[in-house]
Design a binder for this molecule. Structure first.
Ligand code: SAH
Ligand code: SF4
Ligand code: F3S
Length: 477
């Protein structure tokens, strides 16, 4: 008689943050699967639940503890269930997580994603555990998120972390505190990884970093210090060109470039590399020079608009999106008027707007006496939204009648009779298709209608079937 085989443990990961955070979730899933676990479909049938947290959004901690409270009641019913908290809020609050929620089994941070399974095993034998590293070991590329096995949701598209951490010190931002100093992954490894992804059928990659335009600065410095004869070169622009030249890669996206570091070489590489999509996400944060200086952003509104104009002049059909914070401490009515002016002048395709929220440990969180009252912020927020939606709608209406290349993402969430795809400019298009189209299919769609946040269209023709298998369990070398 054979030994009874224990059923595989089922895991569920909930992601709260940005792409970097989602990417870490993919890595955690990949590590779990390499360890023999399988994905659960919902909390009720999960043995291990991971909350991969973010601390940028307002109320991030309230949301986390609310979710944990709910999970505790599930765990009370099913005592074998394991709760894990990872990500930026874990990095920030460390022991504080288990102090507030002692029923959590494991807490780990942003620098030890690669240890997810090892730590989980340890928490089973040693009891509840909090393990936070203060920095990533730079020399060991194996520790980079992308160098680990990945479980990807959509096989046709992949995120590739090119850089972790951030060397800037924007006064409002917690990221440098929770993600550490900037470290770039080696150029050749990245190109190799993208080639491997392409070999597995990936057609679209998004290069990720907090400040992608300074990609490689640390590598160049380290090589120079080691005495190598390294020429100074705009490594990010080179990377765009090389990744764009990988056989099978039809779309290259990236996020985020910092406006102060956006260089002409990057714009030229975007313009001259057909695979690089016509979309620039250029976070402005404010239109007031006074506020920009207080934020330590390193550019003025005028300089920002000049860079934007230069990008638009070189890159045909460029869509531009941004991030804006409303109510940074000390923001006056006059400052806010400048933001409205800039938003109108920049003619954005879309924008993420944030209500300023103090993050403990940042410079701006100390400026308590200058905090802007919530009702003033709310009113400004609404006014900004009107300006942004006006320009988004104008941009989108301008596309009616055009035939756009679209990559299918699945059925429309709102109307299952429609298929949703994404254009090169990163816009969602909903259209009808007589036959079901697989995720990752390339099609030509004529834009027939426009709204501020999406387009509607008519399928003209399917141009290419997806090349990926439905799932890629292990993608990186
Ligand atoms: N590295 C990127 C931004 C990453 S954070 C960059 O510099 O462009 C994403 C966005 O969150 C920021 O652009 C900013 O608009 C917003 N954000 C960050 N901290 C915030 C805070 N404390 N309050 C409100 N919004 C914030
Ligand atoms: Fe934060 Fe500024 Fe770094 Fe972006 S560039 S991650 S906003 S500190
Ligand atoms: Fe991202 Fe949030 Fe961390 S935006 S880097 S998950 S704080």
């Amino acid at each position: 008689m054979s030994e009874p085989v224990e059923p595989a443990k089922r895991y569920l990961i909930r992601t709260f943050g940005c792409q970097m955070n989602e990417h870490d979730s993919e890595r955690i899933a990949g590590l779990f699967e390499a360890d023999g676990m399988v994905a659960a479909t919902d909390v009720e049938d999960a043995d291990v639940v991971v909350l991969n947290t973010c601390c940028i959004r307002e109320n991030a901690d309230n949301k986390l503890y609310g979710t944990l409270g709910h999970l505790k009641s599930v765990k009370d019913r099913r005592p074998g269930m394991e709760l894990v908290v990872s990500g930026c809020l874990a990095q920030k609050d460390q022991d504080g997580i288990r102090e507030r929620a002692p029923y959590v089994d494991l807490v780990f941070g942003t620098h030890n994603v690669h240890q997810a399974t090892e730590l989980l095993h340890r928490s089973r034998t040693e009891g509840p555990l909090t393990s936070i590293l203060t920095e990533t070991v730079a020399a060991d590329h194996e520790l980079f998120p992308s160098a680990m096995p990945a479980h990807r949701e959509h096989g046709h598209t992949a995120w590739v972390t090119i850089q972790i951490g951030c060397d800037n010190s924007c006064a409002f931002c917690i990221v440098p505190a929770v993600r550490g100093a900037e470290i770039s992954r080696p150029f050749d490894r990245l190109v190799h990884e993208v080639a491997e992804l392409a070999g597995a059928g990936v057609t679209e990659v998004t290069l990720l970093g907090q400040n992608v335009n300074s990609y490689g600065r640390d590598l160049t410095l380290a090589a120079r210090q080691a005495g190598d004869d390294v020429r100074v070169r705009p490594l990010f622009a080179d990377l765009l060109r090389e990744v764009g030249a990988v056989d099978g890669i039809r779309r290259v996206r990236y996020t985020s470039p910092h406006p102060k570091d956006l260089r002409p070489e990057t714009i030229a590489a975007m313009a001259e590399t057909p695979a690089v999509c016509e979309h620039l996400h250029l976070p402005v944060q404010s239109g007031s020079d006074r506020v920009l200086a207080a934020m330590h952003r390193g550019y003025t509104a005028e300089r920002y608009l000049e860079k934007l104009a230069a990008a638009r002049a070189e890159i045909a059909d460029l869509a531009v999106t941004t991030d804006i914070i409303v109510g940074f401490p000390g923001e006056t009515d006059d400052d806010f008027e400048r933001t409205l002016e800039l938003a109108a002048a920049a003619e954005y395709d879309s924008a993420y707007t944030f209500i300023y929220s103090p993050r403990t440990g940042t410079e701006a969180a100390e400026m308590v006496d200058q905090f802007v009252p919530a009702d003033v912020i709310a009113e400004r927020f609404e006014r900004l939204k009107v300006v942004l939606e006006r320009s988004a709608l104008a941009k989108h209406r301008g596309r009616i009648g055009r035939v756009e290349e679209v990559v299918v993402e699945g059925l429309s969430r709102k109307d299952q009779a429609l298929t949703t795809g994404r254009t090169r400019q990163n816009k969602l298009v909903h259209f009808a298709s007589a036959d079901p189209l697989r995720v990752g299919t390339f099609a030509e769609v004529e834009v027939t209608d426009a709204a501020p946040h999406f387009l509607r269209g008519r399928l003209v023709e399917v141009t290419a079937a997806p090349r990926h298998r439905t799932r890629i369990p292990v993608a990186a070398g």
